[in-house]
Design a protein around this ligand. Structure first.
Ligand code: ADP
Length: 264
C-alpha cells in the first residue's frame, strides 16, 4: 500500500518531464508514535506516586491528624513515593544525556577491573540485605578499554543491581571479566563482562523487548522493588555508544546471564 506509506514530496515540471520525489514517512510516523507512547508512559509513571501522595496528604489532614503512630507510618510511605519519583526523574535525565551523546565516541582509557571492583564494593550492602554474595572473577592483569568511565560504571551498576534485585533467591551473583582476543559478535573485542545470577530467570518471550523503556518482564515485582523500568534502556544506549554488544540469556528457573562485549 504505497499510497499510505509514502508521501508525495516534491513535484516539478522540468522541460516537459515531471520530476516526482517520494519521501518515506513510515519512520517519521513511527518516531512520532514512539514519542507519544513515551510521554504517555512517563505521565503514567509520575502520576501513580503523585496520586498516592495526594491521598496521604488528605488522610493526614483528616483521619490521621491526631494519631501520631498513623502519621509516622504515612509519612514513611510518602517518603518512599517521593523517592520513587526522584529515581524516575534521575533515570530520565540519565537516559536523555546518554541518548544525546550516543554519536560521540568516548575516548578515555578505562580500567575495567577497577571499575568492576568499585561497583561491587558499593553494591555490597544491598547484596548483604538479600543474603547474597557478590563474586568477581578477573584476570590478574588489569583489563582496559576505551570508554567513558562513569557511563561504564553505570552499566555494571544497573546490571548487578538487577541481578541482586531479581536474582536474590539464588544466593550469589557472579561477575566474570575476561579479555577476549576476538569475539565473533564484535570485531577486535577487548573485553567481556558477564553478570550471572541464579534467580528465577526471565521468560524467553520477554527477552527481545527487555531493553525498551519501561518494559518490565514482571511488572508487579519491578514496582514492588522500586524499579523505574529504565535501567536496561540506559545500559543499551551506553553500550551502543561504546560500539559494544549486550546479550541476554536466560532459562526460566535457572537465572539470567547479561553479557557486555566492549571493543578496544
Ligand atoms: P527495572 O527498573 O524494572 O528493574 P530494567 O530496565 O532494569 O527495569 O529491567 C527491565 C526488566 O527486566 C525488569 O523489570 C525485570 O522484569 C527484568 N530483569 C532485569 N534483570 C533481571 C534479572 N537479572 N532477572 C530477572 N529479571 C530481570
Amino acid at each position: 500500500d504505497v499510497t499510505c506509506r509514502y508521501v508525495h514530496g516534491i513535484g516539478a515540471v522540468q522541460g516537459g518531464a515531471v520530476l516526482v520525489s517520494f519521501q518515506d514517512i513510515t519512520h517519521l510516523e513511527q518516531a512520532g508514535q514512539m514519542r507519544r507512547d513515551f510521554v504517555a508512559n512517563v505521565s503514567h509513571e509520575l502520576r501513580t506516586p503523585l496520586t498516592a501522595l495526594m491521598g496521604f496528604i488528605e488522610t493526614l489532614r483528616g483521619a490521621a491528624k491526631d494519631d501520631p503512630v498513623a502519621r509516622d507510618r504515612f509519612l514513611a510511605i510518602m517518603e518512599g513515593e517521593a523517592s520513587r519519583m526522584n529515581r524516575l526523574v534521575g533515570d530520565l535525565l540519565s537516559l536523555n544525556r546518554v541518548e544525546s551523546e550516543e554519536r560521540v565516541r568516548p575516548k578515555e582509557q578505562v580500567n575495567l577491573t577497577r571499575t568492576l571492583e568499585d561497583t561491587l564494593h558499593s553494591l555490597k550492602p544491598l547484596a548483604e540485605e538479600q543474603q547474597l554474595t557478590l563474586n568477581l572473577s578477573a584476570p590478574e592483569t588489569p583489563v582496559t578499554v576505551t570508554g567513558d568511565p562513569d557511563q561504564l560504571r553505570q552499566v555494571f551498576t544497573n546490571l548487578v543491581e538487577n541481578a541482586i534485585k531479581y536474582g536474590g533467591s539464588g544466593g550469589r551473583v557472579d561477575v566474570l571479566l575476561s579479555a577476549s582476543d576476538r569475539d565473533p559478535a564484535v570485531r577486535s573485542a577487548a573485553a567481556r563482562v558477564q553478570v550471572i545470577d541464579k534467580g528465577p530467570g526471565i521468560d524467553p518471550v520477554h527477552l527481545p523487548r527487555l531493553t525498551e523503556r519501561f518494559y518490565r518482564a514482571d511488572n508487579h515485582r519491578s514496582r514492588q522493588l522500586g524499579g523505574t523500568g529504565l535501567g536496561l534502556a540506559i545500559v543499551k544506549h551506553i553500550v551502543n555508544r561504546h560500539r559494544g554488544r549486550l546479550r541476554v540469556e536466560s532459562t526460566l528457573g535457572q537465572g539470567a546471564v547479561f553479557t557486555v562485549i566492549l571493543p578496544q
